[in-house]
Design a binder for this molecule. Structure first.
Ligand SMILES: Cc1cc2nc3c(=O)[nH]c(=O)nc-3n(C[C@H](O)[C@H](O)[C@H](O)COP(=O)(O)OP(=O)(O)OC[C@H]3O[C@@H](n4cnc5c(N)ncnc54)[C@H](O)[C@@H]3O)c2cc1C
Length: 468
C-alpha cells in the first residue's frame, strides 16, 4: 500500500494517477474535506472561491497532465473556459486602471509605457546572460528595465506568489522565463522562437479554466472516483518512522470537526509514502530521521494572504469590469497609487455564473510578502479597507452587498534565492531512505496545473520503482 499524506491537489493527483495504473493507495488528510487550498462554497447565491479561482491549462501540450486528469475523470462537460475578456489585465497607474498592452506591437503603440521603457525593450536582445543566480527583480531590471519591473513583473509576481521580486529566485520561481535567457540569450528571441514552435506544432495557447461549480469540483470528483475508503479525512499524521524492513510506520490521530486532535490514535504501515503537505509540516515529520532535509524544508518561507469575495448589485459598480481583474504595483511612484491591495479578480466576468443575475462578484487579495502586517487587522477592518480601495479603483459603492473573507497564515511558498539548492538538499538527505517522496506546491511550481503535472510525474516514477 502506498500512503499519501495530504489530500490537497498534489496528493490527490498522485493518488489518482497511481490508482489508475492499478496501484493500491490511501490518502490521509487532516481537513474535513479533500482539496487543501482548493475550496469553493455557495453563499447568498454567489460561488465563492476561497483559494484558486482558475488555472492555466495548455491543451495538447505533452505537459498537460491537467487535461489528462480532466478527461480521465469525465469532467470535460463541466469544464468552463474563462471569458475571452480575461486576456485584458488592468494595472493601477496614475490613479486609473489601465489595460496592460497584450502584445509587442501594442506595447510600442500604447501610451502605458514611457519611451525610455520602449527603448530598453529594443536593447533587450543584446544584454548578456546572467552568471550567478539572481532575484527576479535583478534579472528584470538588467534585461528590461525598472518600469517593466514595477508595472508588469512585480504585479504579476504578487498575483501568482503574493511574493516580493527582490527575494524570489528567477531560476526557481519563473523557470520558464529564466530558460529563455539561458537557451536563447534573450527573452524576446526566446519568446519568438517558442511562438513559432507552438504554431508549427499546431498547438493552441494556454487557456484559463475552472468548472461549472467552481474549482472545488476537481478535488471533490477525484476523491469520489478513487476507490471507496481511499481518502480518509479528519486524520492528522503526527509521526513518520522508517522501519528496518524498508516499510514506513505512520502515526496519526483523528481530529474533530473544528480541527482538535482526539485520543483516537492509529498506526498505519506503508510500503511507500508520499508527503504531499506544506513544507513546514514535512519538516516536522522528517526531523527525527533526516535533520538536513528538515532544516532545508523549514527554511522555505510562505506568504500570508487574505482573499476577500465581495458581491454587488451591478448598478453599484461603475467600472465595466471587462477583464481578468487588476493588479496594484507596490512601487508606484504616485502617492495615490499606493494601495494596500495586491489585486482584484473580476470573478463573475471570468465565469459569469459566479454571481446571481444582476450582480457581480469581485475577489480581492491582501497581504503577501510585501505587506504581511496587514493581516493583523480584524476581518471587519480588512473588509472595510478592501471596500474603500475598490470604491477608488472600480467606483463601487460602500458597503458591498455581500462580503466574506478567508485567511491563510501561510498561503503560498516562496521560491527565494537558494530554493533549488534547498530542494536538492531535501532530495539528497532523503535518498538514504527507500520509498519516500515529497511532492507539493513548495517545489516545481505553485499553480494547480503544476501540482497535477508534478503528481502525474511522481506517480509514473513510483510505478517504475515498484515494478523494478
Ligand atoms: C488564496 C490562493 C489563491 C490561489 N490562486 C491560484 C490560482 O488562481 N490559480 C492557480 O493555479 N493556483 C492558485 N493558487 C495556488 C494553488 O491553489 C496551490 O498551490 C495548490 O492548490 C496547492 O496544492 P497542494 O496539494 O500542493 O497543497 P495544499 O493545498 O496546501 O494541500 C496540502 C494538504 O495537506 C494537508 N495536511 C497538512 N498537514 C497534514 C497532516 N499532518 N496530516 C494529514 N494531512 C495534512 C492539508 O490539510 C492540505 O489539505 C492559490 C493559492 C492560494 C492560497
Amino acid at each position: 500500500m502506498i500512503v499519501i499524506i495530504g489530500g490537497g491537489i498534489s496528493g490527490l493527483s498522485v493518488a489518482w494517477f497511481l490508482q489508475n495504473q492499478g496501484m493500491p493507495v490511501r490518502v490521509l488528510e487532516t481537513g474535513a474535506q479533500p482539496g487543501g487550498t482548493i475550496r469553493t462554497s455557495f453563499q447568498q447565491n454567489f460561488c465563492v472561491e476561497h483559494g484558486p479561482n482558475s488555472t492555466l491549462q495548455k491543451p495538447g501540450h505533452p505537459e498537460d497532465a491537467l487535461g489528462r486528469l480532466i478527461d480521465g475523470l469525465g469532467l470535460e462537460t463541466r469544464l468552463q473556459v474563462a471569458n475571452p475578456l480575461a486576456a485584458r489585465r488592468y494595472v493601477l497607474r496614475d490613479g486609473q486602471l489601465k489595460p496592460l498592452p497584450a502584445s509587442p506591437p501594442a506595447f510600442f503603440l500604447s501610451s502605458f509605457f514611457s519611451w525610455q521603457a520602449k527603448r530598453q525593450l529594443l536593447r533587450e536582445p543584446f544584454q548578456p546572460r546572467a552568471t550567478t543566480e539572481e532575484t527576479i527583480a535583478t534579472f528584470v531590471r538588467r534585461r528590461l528595465g525598472r518600469e517593466f519591473l514595477d508595472y508588469v513583473v512585480e504585479p504579476f509576481v504578487s498575483g501568482v506568489y503574493a511574493g516580493d521580486p527582490e527575494q524570489l529566485s528567477v531560476q526557481a520561481a519563473v523557470a520558464k522565463i529564466y530558460a529563455l535567457e539561458r537557451d536563447h540569450g534573450s527573452l524576446l528571441r526566446g519568446a519568438w522562437h517558442q511562438g513559432r514552435m507552438l504554431k508549427g506544432a499546431g498547438l493552441p495557447k494556454g487557456r484559463m479554466i475552472s468548472f461549472d461549480r467552481g474549482m472545488g469540483v476537481l478535488p471533490t470528483t477525484i476523491a469520489q472516483q478513487l476507490a471507496p475508503g481511499t481518502v480518509q479525512t479528519r486524520f492528522k499524521v503526527t509521526g513518520l518512522t522508517p522501519l528496518p524492513d524498508g516499510q514506513w510506520a505512520i502515526d496519526g490521530v483523528t481530529v474533530t470537526a473544528d480541527g482538535q486532535p482526539t485520543d483516537a490514535t492509529e498506526k498505519i504501515l506503508a510500503q511507500a509514502v508520499v508527503l504531499a503537505v506544506p513544507a513546514p509540516v514535512a519538516a516536522q515529520l522528517v526531523t527525527p530521521f533526516a535533520a538536513t532535509a528538515a532544516a532545508a524544508l523549514a527554511a522555505i518561507p510562505y506568504a500570508p494572504i487574505a482573499s476577500i469575495a465581495l458581491g454587488y448589485r451591478r448598478a453599484r459598480v461603475l467600472h465595466p469590469l471587462d477583464g481578468f481583474g487588476f493588479l496594484v504595483p507596490r512601487r508606484a511612484t504616485q502617492a495615490h497609487d499606493k494601495l494596500p491591495l495586491l489585486g482584484t479578480l473580476f470573478s463573475s466576468t471570468l465565469f459569469p455564473n459566479r454571481a446571481p443575475a444582476g450582480q457581480v462578484l469581485l475577489t480581492a487579495f491582501i497581504g503577501g510578502m510585501t505587506q504581511p502586517a496587514l493581516l493583523e487587522r480584524t476581518d471587519r477592518l480588512l473588509i472595510d479597507l478592501v471596500e474603500a480601495n475598490l470604491a477608488y479603483c472600480v467606483q463601487s459603492q460602500i458597503p458591498a452587498d455581500f462580503a466574506t473573507l478567508t485567511r491563510y497564515a501561510a498561503a503560498i511558498p516562496q521560491y527565494t534565492l537558494g530554493h533549488l539548492q534547498r530542494v536538492q538538499q531535501v532530495e539528497a538527505d532523503l535518498a538514504r531512505f527507500p520509498h519516500i517522496h515529497l511532492r507539493a506546491n513548495w517545489r516545481d511550481g505553485v499553480s494547480v496545473a503544476d501540482c497535477v503535472r508534478n503528481g502525474e510525474r511522481l506517480a509514473e516514477h513510483i510505478i517504475h520503482e515498484q515494478k523494478s
